[in-house]
Every structure is written in structure tokens, then in C-alpha cells.
Design a protein around this ligand. Structure first.
Ligand code: GDD
Ligand code: MN
Length: 389
């Protein structure tokens, strides 16, 4: 043991001088494994030993040949030393980092330095259901590109989380789902990937949401989600800070604008949907003017103008915005669905206007915000219901 410490301290000094990453080559050999489990850590000395024990218990009951890679950002609490001690007991390697501190950066480094084609990422604090790891491995092995442990799919959940964390998580999940409408938990910290999907990907790892980055920047085809219940950590502290939220906003913009990525086509749909919406205003005005001039009473003329513009909007969206989309609804059902959702959008528009006027906001500004809210509603609901795929 003493020798190990000496060796490690010696390399630490060396590495500090060189400012590179240290990999502690544990007694486990370097040949390829079936599965690598990457665990990013920062000040997890209270949790890491138990986590490795629990993972080993789960993995021992399978015939998957695995390794664990703990990727530590040179913790102040000695996490790295605990891990080195544990190399006697478990097939674990330590990557100790000195540069470019960060959760996402650590995960990517761990994935790249793993000795397997299949990698599962999980936290050190046992918030994730590690019993799913073998199933995640099987899922990738049977040809999926990404498998996500999801809190928000049927059967998943969250326990013991303070309201503030729930709200932040809900906001991030909602924003990320706009870009990946078919994935319920695109910001999960618990996932598996086939390693080769990140080869040559233009990843800019930063912040907490590394899965979101992978979804946005790699060429995946098959993603599946497995439900699990997220439990709050029992010991140690969450490292989430305000900056993490800013990182996420920057990342969202970056992914939304990434032309080669999956999310870009979603952004395009939103853009086209907005253009169609604007065309609807013109149609509405034109029809209203025509009817009114030919003597139709205003209310009736307005009703017809609205209905006709809804129909032209529908036709344009059906052919253009969502033209390439598979859908399980026939034409009449789509039209009916679009129409009902538009009605909901109108109610939302009016409700926001009323609410904002009530709190003293100038009515035209209130209406503008109401239009945006209605627009968002219309897009998301139609995406989910009318042109679902
Ligand atoms: N190497 C490294 N560097 N590890 C870090 C860093 C860092 O800067 N910051 C955090 N970690 C490690 C922690 O030690 C822990 O193992 C894991 O990353 C998650 O950190 P927590 O601080 O426990 O995160 P959380 O519980 O608030 O959030 C988790 O759940 C979210 C919802 O699924 C994370 O997994 C998030 O990525 C996830 O979005
Ligand atoms: Mn945690």
C-alpha cells in the first residue's frame, strides 16, 4: 500500500509539473472489456467506496467482463486516494485530472480512455439505479446507439428531491425536449452509449448535461429509454451551481444551431411553423376584409376568417413544416386535431393577456407575450399529437 501511495504521489508531482492527466493503472489489465462504467467524481470520498461495492455486487451476478473508470478532478477530500486503495478489491482505474475542470469534460475523457466499445455513465452518489447497468449493456449490445435511464418515462420517478431542484430539472428537461421531442429525459446523467458514436463528433463538453451534448452532436440512430427512480444522495453535497444553469443555456443555443445535428431539423420546423403562422395572419385579414365588404356581419366574418386561416395554416404545415413526418393519423384526424389545438392556443393567448393586464402590463405587450405562449403551445402540441412520429 505504502508503495502505491509513494508511486501515486510521485506521479502527482510529475503530472503537476507537466499539467497533464494521470491515469492510475490499477492491477486490472488493459485488454479490452465488454463494458466500461465511467463515474465522474469531485469530492466524493464519503460515497465512492460504497458505490464501487454496490456496482461490483450487481456486476458480479452477470458474466459481463467490466471495468470502472473513476474520473476525478483532483478532489480536495482525497477521493482519488480512496479509489487507489479500492483498486485491490474492484476492477477500477483512476483518471486524475488537473486541467479543464468539469463534469462533462471528465465524462468525455473517461469515455475516450475506456477499454470497451460500450460505456455506461453514472454518478458516484448512487442517485441512479445501478441495477439497470447490465440491462443498459445488453441494450447497446443488441444494436442501440444510446440507452437512457429516464426519470420521466412511464415507470420512472424522482424521490427526496427538494422543490427547487425539481423546478430546475423540469425547466431544463422541458427546454431540451423541444429539441428532442421523442426523448423524455434528454438531460439524464445516467446513460449508456456505443463508444464509436462519439468518434469525430464535434463535442464541446461543458457544464452538467453531457448526454444532451451527445444527443445534439453525434450521429445516433437508435435511442431507447429505461425507466428508473432517481433518489437524492444520502451523503455528500450536490455540486450544481448557478453557473451550471448558464452553461446549459449556452449549450442549448449551440445545439439548436448545430447544422449537422439532430436538433437542427426541429428548429427548422419551429421556424417554418412561425412562417406559416404569419401567413395565417395575412389570410385572416384578407378574408375578413372581403367578407366585411360584401356585407357579412363582423362577428360572422371574423369567425370565418379565423377558421379559414386555421385551415390554410393546417394545409401548409401538413405539406411543408411536417411534410416529411410519419404520422399515425389520417388527414381528417390531423385537421381536427390541429383545429382543436388552435382553439387551446387562443384560450392561452387570451389568458396570458388577461393575466398580464391584470398585473399592470401594457395590453399590447401582454398580447405579444400571449401570442408567443400560444405559439409555443400550438407548436409543441401539434408536434406531439397531430404530427407525432
Ligand atoms: N470529475 C468531476 N468534475 N466530477 C464532478 C464534477 C466536476 O467538476 N462536478 C460533479 N461531479 C460528479 C459528482 O461527484 C457526482 O459523482 C456526479 O458528478 C453528479 O454530481 P452531483 O453534484 O451529485 O449532481 P446532481 O445530483 O445535482 O445532478 C445529477 O443528476 C442530474 C439529473 O439526472 C447529474 O447526474 C446531472 O448530470 C443530471 O442532469
Ligand atoms: Mn447527485
Amino acid at each position: 500500500m505504502l508503495l502505491k501511495y509513494l508511486y501515486f504521489s510521485f506521479i502527482c508531482v510529475l503530472e503537476r509539473v507537466n499539467k497533464t492527466t494521470l491515469i492510475y493503472f490499477a492491477p486490472i489489465s488493459l485488454y479490452m472489456k465488454d463494458l466500461s462504467i465511467v463515474i465522474p467524481t469531485y469530492n466524493e470520498s464519503e460515497t465512492i467506496a460504497n458505490t464501487l461495492f454496490q456496482i461490483d455486487e450487481v456486476m458480479k451476478s452477470t458474466d459481463i467482463n467490466y471495468e470502472i473508470l473513476v474520473v476525478d478532478d483532483n478532489s480536495k477530500d482525497g477521493t482519488q486516494f480512496t479509489v487507489i486503495e479500492l483498486t485491490n478489491r474492484y476492477p477500477v482505474r483512476l483518471i486524475n485530472r488537473y486541467k479543464n475542470h468539469g463534469l462533462s469534460q471528465s465524462v468525455i475523457e473517461g469515455i475516450k480512455k475506456s477499454n470497451s466499445d460500450i460505456v455506461v455513465v453514472t454518478d458516484a452518489d448512487l442517485s441512479h439505479d445501478i441495477k439497470l447497468i447490465p440491462q443498459m449493456y445488453q441494450s447497446i449490445n443488441s444494436n442501440n446507439d444510446i440507452v437512457i435511464g429516464s426519470r420521466y418515462t412511464k415507470g420512472g420517478g424522482i424521490v427526496d428531491w427538494p422543490t427547487k431542484r425539481r423546478v430546475i430539472s423540469w425547466g431544463a428537461t422541458f427546454a431540451a425536449r423541444v429539441l428532442f421531442p421523442n426523448i423524455t429525459d434528454p438531460v439524464s446523467g445516467f446513460f449508456g452509449i456505443r463508444k464509436n458514436i462519439i468518434d469525430n463528433a464535434d463535442l464541446k463538453p461543458r457544464g452538467y448535461k453531457i448526454l444532451f451534448e451527445i444527443l445534439g452532436k453525434t450521429n445516433w440512430n437508435r435511442v431507447v429509454e429505461l425507466p428508473y427512480t432517481f433518489t437524492n444522495r444520502k451523503t455528500g453535497k450536490s455540486k450544481l451551481r448557478t453557473e451550471t444553469i448558464l452553461d446549459f443555456i449556452r449549450q442549448w443555443i449551440n445545439i439548436a444551431g448545430y447544422k449537422k445535428g439532430r436538433a437542427y431539423s426541429e428548429i427548422n420546423k419551429i421556424k417554418n411553423f412561425a412562417i406559416v403562422g404569419a401567413s395565417g395572419i395575412l389570410v385572416n385579414m384578407l378574408i375578413l376584409a372581403m367578407l366585411k365588404e360584401s356585407g357579412v356581419p363582423l362577428i360572422g366574418a371574423s369567425f370565418l376568417a379565423i377558421e379559414i386561416s386555421i385551415i390554410t395554416n393546417f394545409l401548409l404545415n401538413d405539406h411543408w413544416t411536417f411534410g416529411g413526418e410519419k404520422t399515425n393519423k389520417d388527414f381528417i384526424h390531423r385537421l381536427f386535431s390541429f383545429n382543436s389545438i388552435a382553439f387551446g392556443g387562443m384560450i392561452i393567448n387570451m389568458a396570458v393577456l388577461a393575466l398580464l393586464s391584470f398585473v399592470g402590463i401594457y395590453y399590447l405587450i401582454g398580447n405579444f407575450i400571449g401570442i408567443l405562449a400560444g405559439f409555443l403551445w400550438n407548436f409543441l402540441m401539434n408536434r406531439k399529437i397531430t404530427w407525432n412520429n
